[in-house]
Write a protein that binds this ligand. Structure first.
Ligand code: ATP
Ligand code: MG
Length: 305
């Protein structure tokens, strides 16, 4: 069964089409990232998946349960951090977690056990008796995630869980996401942080202007733009430019003994450069290929947004 299955979701706000016929299939087990520029429609999709917003058209299933037809069953299967968080400012950190656990029908002993464990995991044990009103943004976000995971949901949906957090809070949130995933939760998160999506997600969908324009593993998305790659090589002596002419070389640049060879086939370029060096008895001082980045894929795919 798929963890999340959305079919042809559509949502307009007056003249603005926020989400235009989006379908997503998220199998159980991975960490799925939604990446897109501001206003792309990420939060609107998340709100429809979590039963907060009724779509104009389309449907969403969470582990086989239709979010709009059977919202209560669907909601029991998921833990959610909405875009602006939802914590009770006038309760303490611990009370927030205990109350949320109670909503999910977890018994008292288990509630206390889980609250203690989650407070520890998120570095909040020392502040457990302080009102959340007195917390910083990063600490509030940690409470949001604590409440989202207290019922050990099989599906975890997080709208920008790390935006605006310092390195310490960010790491605690990411470690918690990984921990939940390794204990069986399928995760869907949105992020603006491309490196984070690259490091954390098994599959990424890039969304732009209400449409999903690319889906794949980070490696696959990077490879979409292989053409911008180059091989940088330096020799122990000057080399004539025409030795680098071949159909698979787009252009070359040089600075003294150092060359940058733009190619759509870096693997072939490296091998040819080595055999050329061997033939002409040149010593290669250094050789490296540029790595395509997910950022480049993202910028190119969403250009003009
Ligand atoms: N309640 C609403 N009323 C009117 N327009 C809305 C509403 N919610 C979203 N929109 C519009 O829908 C579009 C998509 O917004 P959404 O919040 O889904 O984007 P996003 O990808 O989450 O952006 P961000 O990265 O800034 O969070 C935007 O043009 C936004 O102005
Ligand atoms: Mg958003």
């Amino acid at each position: 069964m798929n963890a999340i299955e959305a079919k042809n979701l559509h949502k307009s706000f007056g003249p603005v089409t926020a989400v235009d016929n989006v379908s997503i299939t998220i199998p159980e087990g991975g960490i799925f990232g939604f990446l897109g520029p501001n206003g792309a429609g990420k939060t609107t999709v998340i709100r429809m998946l979590t039963g907060v917003l009724i779509p104009d058209a389309g449907s969403a299933l969470i582990l086989g349960t239709d979010v709009n037809r059977d919202p209560l069953t669907a909601k029991l299967k998921m833990g959610v951090i909405p875009e602006n968080g939802t914590v009770y400012s006038d309760l303490t950190a611990e009370q927030n977690i205990l109350l949320t656990a109670k909503f999910y029908g977890i018994d008292r002993m288990e509630r206390n056990k889980r609250a203690g464990e989650i407070l520890g995991r998120l570095g909040l044990t020392e502040r457990k008796d302080d009102l959340v009103r007195t917390f910083s943004k990063g600490m509030r976000q940690r409470i949001s995630i604590a409440c989202a995971i207290v019922h050990a949901p099989p599906v975890l949906i997080l709208d920008e869980p790390t935006t605006g957090l310092d390195v310490f809070s960010r790491r605690l949130v990411i470690d918690t996401v990984r921990h939940m995933n390794s204990h069986g939760s399928t995760v869907l998160l949105t992020t603006h942080n491309i490196e984070e999506a690259n490091a954390l997600c098994t599959t990424i969908s890039i969304i732009n202007k209400g449409n999903i324009i690319a889906t794949g593993s980070p490696e696959k998305l990077k490879k979409t733009f292989d053409t911008s790659r180059y091989v940088e090589v330096s020799f122990d002596q000057r080399v004539e430019q025409d030795v680098f002419s071949a159909p698979w070389i787009e252009r070359v640049e040089s600075w003294g003994e150092k060359w940058r060879v733009y190619t759509n086939d870096p693997d072939r370029a490296v091998k040819s450069i080595s055999s050329l060096a061997e033939r002409d008895q040149l010593t290669i001082v250094s050789i490296a290929t540029s790595n395509p980045t997910l950022e480049e894929a993202f910028v190119r795919l969403t250009a003009g947004a």
